[in-house]
Write a protein that binds this ligand. Structure first.
Ligand code: FMN
Length: 210
């Protein structure tokens, strides 16, 4: 069994998001663990060459030249990494009501047609059935009431991406109010950390040593 921890936590030890990742990691049992730190190992953006290569290969079924293969190699590496994991945790702060650009670039890198999703008889099929995904987000504000609820595109988008890829169990936790003063922040963060640990305990409860 393999667990992949993907995180964008450029504030490192200051990061509220990182505390949730650490809480999950502390409860992992009987699993190989791999980490991808997106602020150090940056995913590529789709640009002219790699987008052309992606369409040629994954939509049109054409062979790629060596240069084309090279242009999409990092996306392929990240895609193989997520495909190899049974449990994926993705953690990031909310930036401007959504996910940070590097996190979106990672989703763009791994959501490759024919690899994590496909089309069949005119409908979309996720190829990652049987796997679990957890999205962890920290935000400065609170999103429980309108008009803020409709502005929350960080956690909701992360969950949609995993649902689209066919993950069987998709959970999400929003640690809100990280900018609301020390007392509010600590109680919200502690609550989220407890939820993170509960999910990890549930997911690894019946795992056996390899
Ligand atoms: C560039 C930037 C944009 C942000 N945008 C939002 C936002 O749109 N909504 C919000 O509630 N918080 C926003 N925040 C606050 C962060 O989500 C919050 O401080 C969070 O705890 C940061 O995560 P970290 O502690 O893991 O670094 C923003 C912070 C930064 C640095």
């Amino acid at each position: 069994m393999k667990t992949l921890l993907v995180h964008y936590t450029p504030r490192n030890e200051m990061s509220n998001t990182k505390r949730m990742v650490d809480a999950f990691r502390s409860q992992i049992k009987n699993s190989e663990v791999e980490e991808l730190n997106l602020s150090r190992d940056n995913p590529d953006f789709f640009l002219e060459d790699n987008l052309a290569a992606y369409i040629q290969r994954n939509y049109l079924g054409k062979d790629l030249t060596q240069d084309q293969k090279k242009s999409i190699a990092k996306m392929d590496r990240m895609t193989e990494q997520i495909r190899s994991a049974d449990v994926v945790v993705v953690a990031y702060p909310m930036y401007n009501f959504s996910m940070p650009a590097l996190v979106k670039a990672w989703f763009d890198s791994v959501m490759l047609k024919g690899k994590t999703w496909d089309t069949k008889d005119g409908t979309y099929v996720g190829l990652m059935q049987g796997k679990k995904a957890l999205v962890l987000v920290a935000s400065g504000g609170f999103y429980g009431k309108e008009p803020m609820t409709s502005r929350e595109h960080a956690l909701s988008l992360g969950k949609i991406e995993f649902q689209f890829m066919g993950y069987s169990d998709v959970r999400g936790i929003l640690a809100e109010g990280m900018g609301a003063g020390e007392e509010h922040k600590m109680s919200s963060l502690e609550k989220s950390i407890n939820q993170v640990q509960k999910i990890a305990q549930e997911w690894y409860a019946n795992t056996k040593p390899a």
